[in-house]
Write a protein that binds this ligand. Sequence first.
Ligand SMILES: Nc1ncnc2c1ncn2[C@@H]1O[C@H](COP(=O)(O)OP(=O)(O)OP(=O)(O)O)[C@@H](O)[C@H]1O
Ligand SMILES: [Mg+2]
Length: 323
Amino acid sequence: MEALVVKDLRKDYGKLHALNGVSFSVHEGELFGLLGPNGAGKSTLIKIIPGTVKSNGGTVSLFGKPVDRKLIGIVPQDDSLYNELTVKENLMFFGSLYGVSKDKLNKVSNQLITMLGLKNKKNALTKTLSGGMRKRLNIGCSIMHEPKLLIMDEPTVGLDPESRRLVWKIIRDIHNRGVTIIITTHYMDEADMLCDRVAIITKGVVAAIGSPDELRDSAGEDVIEIETKSGQLDALLKFSEIIPDVTSVDIVYKTLRIKTFEAEAILPKIIKYSQKIGEELTNVNVRKATLEDAFVILTGGTAEIKKSNKKLSGIPKVEEWKK
Ligand SMILES: Nc1ncnc2c1ncn2[C@@H]1O[C@H](COP(=O)(O)OP(=O)(O)OP(=O)(O)O)[C@@H](O)[C@H]1O
Ligand SMILES: [Mg+2]
């Protein structure tokens, strides 16, 4: 059963086509990620699903029926918590907005306070919470009415690593209760770790959809990482840049990072060249592209080879060596 089916969704803001025919499905029980550069249309999409924003065309169905707002929980990027209410009062207030019965309000809010790790803040005024605690409370308020689909817009943006981990744990806990979840995020590690599948949205359309592994495979790129004993990488960088089939080359810390679809063919050339110039390699590693690498490829970010402008001297001319 599909939890959500979105078909050919369109949204114009004046002349701007924010959504250009977006179609995808989210399976029941799935943790689904929406990735995409700034302005891709993710938030617009998220607002259309529950009907907060009207589309200019297309359809949305939820569990095979027209959308019932009560089945959806929304965690907007900016919260609408009441500062002068306590943590528990905010939970109860948002629960009552969604028609949760009085006797249930108390029970559910107490359960959630424990799950959110806010037990010692239960009676604290919301204005006294840290950003991370606020975010957790915001998530809690959105699930007081026990929605079947939870949609979160950038749930971990601006949080420190510890707070991010706490939010991840809460997302997993909610997911383990059988709730279907959609999150948007700019953090590739987060999408990779949390999501069963992700859709990459660019310019108002779905550019790619699949599990993080499938997206890595469809991007198809490998990354060769090389370190040298001397720490000198300029000559190898210059050499790698002119090898056909190398997509991009850069130096990250003390590692030369070469992206290519032809690692097997290219690696021997680099090793041979390093021997030729007497540069001892201390580490050579070939790995699959990360989700972030795949994202850049799938959103069309790496067509060109990054050329370095550094002037180099004392290095054998590659043309000579090739002869
Ligand atoms: N209310 C609005 N009025 C006019 N244009 C809008 C409105 N909301 C969004 N847009 C435009 O629609 C496009 C998609 O915006 P949206 O907020 O959906 O992108 P996003 O993928 O969520 O981006 P981000 O990653 O920065 O949050 C952008 O060009 C944006 O400027
Ligand atoms: Mg957004």
